[in-house]
Design a binder for this molecule. Structure first.
Ligand SMILES: C[S@@+](CC[C@H](N)C(=O)[O-])C[C@H]1O[C@@H](n2cnc3c(N)ncnc32)[C@H](O)[C@@H]1O
Length: 208
């Protein structure tokens, strides 16, 4: 799928639903980052922007990237209305084509899944290289799907955190694995429906 088609696909996803007034951060982000000193953060596939706004509210300087211009424009407006416009830079970019410049203390990628072309391992490898010494890369993937998800293929393989780490293929002298597990949580879906789902969590730290 071309970049044009991928942009149209994801713009369509966001345009089909109303803008979120107060998007919430992902649980794995808050549990990982609470207690860390703020710095420069990069959010890959920021979507509605709950993670970017939460980070900015805690003093982080956030670059939030998404292929969907609709999501980026909404996040920019939300950051302004939350008084966080000086801490959030939202950028429309196809990570399949290029990676944002800069060095970061935190890079997060929550549910960066797409039916369009995306070399995720290459993106996550670039993310690991964009870390400053001491910086962390948090990758949170689906380990199962909720009953209301469009994805209900019983044969779907959800790569484990260990498989994701192997795909990124980083030198252990420079990057250490701080966390690789599959915790469960209660997800809330349309109409307030709830279900237990599994996350696949990989947390890497750049040591040098
Ligand atoms: C499943 S959503 C997750 C959104 C958000 N991180 C969250 O936790 O709710 C995946 C996001 O990745 C974005 N995305 C998909 N492919 C992308 C690409 N090639 N470059 C940048 N963003 C992409 C989509 O627009 C969408 O916002």
């Amino acid at each position: 799928m071309s970049t044009t088609d991928a942009v149209a696909f994801w713009n369509g996803v966001y345009a089909a639903r109303p803008a979120a007034d107060d998007p919430q951060p992902n649980a794995r982000l808050t549990e990982t980052v609470t207690g860390l000193p703020p710095g420069a953060a990069l959010d890959l596939g920021c979507g509605d922007g709950g993670d970017a706004l939460w980070l900015a509210g805690r003093g982080w300087q956030v670059t939030a990237v998404d292929i969907a211009a609709v999501a980026v424009e909404r996040l920019t407006a939300l950051a302004d209305s939350h008084g966080l416009g000086d801490r959030v830079i939202a950028v429309q970019r196809d990570l399949h084509e290029s990676f944002p410049p800069g060095g970061f203390d935190l890079v997060c990628a929550h549910y960066l899944h797409t039916p369009c072309d995306l070399d995720r391992a290459a993106v996550l490898r670039a993310a690991a290289h964009a870390l400053r010494p001491g910086g962390r890369l948090l990758v949170v993937d689906h380990g199962s799907t909720a009953p209301w998800s469009w994805q209900q293929d019983a044969g779907t393989h959800f790569p484990s955190p260990q498989e994701v780490a192997a795909g990124i293929d980083l030198a252990p002298e420079t990057w250490t694995v701080e966390r690789a597990d599959a915790p469960r949580r209660i997800a809330t879906g349309p109409g307030g429906r709830t279900a237990q789902v599994t996350d696949h969590v990989l947390l890497l730290r750049r040591t040098t």
